[in-house]
Design a protein around this ligand. Structure first.
Ligand SMILES: [Zn+2]
Length: 257
């Protein structure tokens, strides 16, 4: 198997059971250090529920990402609409709209619960596109990153990068064998190579990564990847929220007017 990130050669990393019954075979790229699962056959079973029951980090992740995206949009002067690609139940879109950003939801795998009426197709142009916990679910993450960069000049990814040397299966939580959903794990080098190949700037800290066509101001790059700093920055400012107008729109639609 070739590396799904850089196309380089891979070598076996080990195996572990996923979903309790399937044997997943992991390989690591000798070129960029990224890790992938070879030919997962269980994905249909893995997506019986789009959001895994064990995703206990979903709310905290959404709040943290909302702080970062809001601070990024404000400091870099990026107007909406913004798109949350793979938006799940719509929590991030709701949080961004409550913070006054015109964010839209798209997810072919999930049901929009929190941002009804704020859907958008991934077509046209958006200010910021977010893809939170998306790329590790894909067999070809680079193709999707490329497609998303056709929609925007600023793409925010949330995914944990696999350390180097790559942890053996069974020794890193982000392999999430209980769900079977994570199949591609970018390394820092793999992500940087992807950015270089696509001709975009990369700012990265822990699990938040900003790929941008123009070099963003240092303040924007810092706040976009550091939730606690972004939360402090946001708390010192007031922005008009979209909460009331969204409510009015939903009531008007319910009335059929
Ligand atoms: Zn590679």
């Amino acid at each position: 198997m070739r590396c799904p990130v850089c196309g380089g050669a891979t070598e076996p990393l080990g195996t572990q059971q996923v979903l309790g019954v399937h044997t997943a075979e992991y390989v690591v790229c000798t070129g960029c250090g990224s890790v992938a699962v070879v030919g997962p056959t269980w994905l249909e079973e893995a997506y019986g529920e789009a959001i895994a029951d064990s995703d206990v980090g979903l709310v905290q992740r959404s709040v943290a990402t909302a702080e970062c995206v809001a601070a990024l949009a404000r400091t870099a002067g990026i107007p909406g609409p913004h798109l949350d690609y793979g938006g799940g139940e719509g929590l991030l879109v709701r949080l961004l709209r409550n913070r006054g950003l015109d964010a839209r939801w798209y997810d072919p795998m999930a049901t929009n619960r929190y941002a009804r009426g704020c859907e958008a197709e991934p077509a046209g142009r958006f200010g910021i596109v977010t893809a939170v916990e998306v790329v590790e679910h894909l067999t070809d993450p680079v193709a999707t990153i490329r497609e998303l960069l056709d929609l925007t000049d600023v793409l925010v990814l949330s995914t944990f990068l696999v350390p180097e040397p790559a942890p053996a299966p069974g020794t890193w939580w982000y392999y999430t064998p209980d769900t079977g959903q994570h199949i591609t794990f970018l390394s820092r080098r793999g992500l940087q190579r992807t950015a270089d190949a696509l001709g975009v700037h990369l700012s990265s800290h822990v699990n938040l990564h900003v790929l941008s066509r123009r070099r963003l101001p240092l303040r924007s790059r810092t706040l976009a990847t550091r939730p606690r700093l972004a939360a402090i920055w946001n708390s010192l400012r007031r922005w008009p929220s979209l909460t009331q107008s969204d409510y009015d729109d939903l009531l008007r639609d319910a009335d059929g007017n």
